[in-house]
Design a protein. Structure first.
Length: 256
């Protein structure tokens, strides 16, 4: 696996970060380096990260999500990474999801790739909904099924690849799109788009606590439309993030 930075942005919501970290720990330890970029949280986020030996970079005052992204970019560039993943803390990453995104970046020309997610998790950008490509199932919105969903996608992909004639994989070809939800995306070869001020993203688009849907041309000065990878699934708690859902998931994930 090539050198990859997973930059997770935080602003409070420690419970989300803890649940995300549980899923991260199940991944291959050599897959990527995790660094948390914190926007001056007022809860125990920074302390918890430090106590759990998670590298965390915070600020003296909140400057917004775009500032955290630019801080992460500078860290990515300084440490010579090849792949650059930016993610919210309210996600679950199953095994296989990052590998599929990287493979898409290597095979298809472009600088940015995004995964599919739940119908609720994709917000306004329904093109990222898993339901469009694999049918509608209630289990898609259950975080406990996150790994099963990714496994079923790979199983379907392998079936298409072994079908007689081997001509059916086109069904899973990526889709290019200008708008996407910024809860999770991976980038490569983006230093060429660096701004004169040393940032990658336009600082005037200042999101303080959350993202929804981004017009890529507003944030990044390039001509590359983002690519949707249909074979990578990342669970996003957006839209289902009630305290009961988080509490229930925490209990189930800790069951023996």
């Amino acid at each position: 696996m090539k050198k990859t930075l997973l930059a997770v942005t935080t602003f409070n919501q420690l419970k989300y970060t803890q649940i995300f970290y549980e899923s991260f720990q199940r991944l291959d330890s050599n897959l990527c380096d995790l660094v948390v970029f914190d926007d001056c949280s007022t809860d125990e986020t920074v302390t918890w990260c430090e106590e759990n030996n998670i590298k965390v970079i915070t600020k003296q005052k909140g400057k917004g999500l775009t500032d955290s992204w630019n801080s992460a970019y500078k860290y990515f560039k300084q440490h010579g990474y090849e792949y650059f993943i930016i993610a919210n803390n309210d996600i679950l990453i199953p095994k296989g999801a990052i590998e599929e995104l990287c493979a898409t970046l290597d095979r298809w020309p472009g600088s940015t790739v995004v995964p599919v997610t739940t119908e609720l998790g994709c917000g306004h950008n329904t093109v990222q909904s898993i339901n469009l490509y694999y049918g509608q199932q209630d289990s898609y919105n259950d975080p406990m099924h996150c790994q099963n969903i990714q496994d079923s996608i790979i199983k379907f992909k392998n079936k298409l690849a072994t079908d007689e004639g081997n001509n059916n994989l086109y069904q899973l070809d990526p889709i290019r799109m200008k708008m996407f939800n910024g809860f999770f995306f991976i980038m490569k070869d983006v230093c060429k788009y660096e701004r004169e001020d040393g940032n990658l993203f336009d600082p005037k688009y200042l999101n303080t606590k959350a993202e929804d849907m981004y017009n890529w041309s507003n944030l990044l000065n390039n001509d590359d439309n983002a690519i949707l990878c249909k074979t990578s699934f990342v669970f996003h708690f957006k839209g289902v993030s009630t305290s009961k859902v988080i509490e229930d998931y925490g209990k189930k994930s800790n069951d023996p």
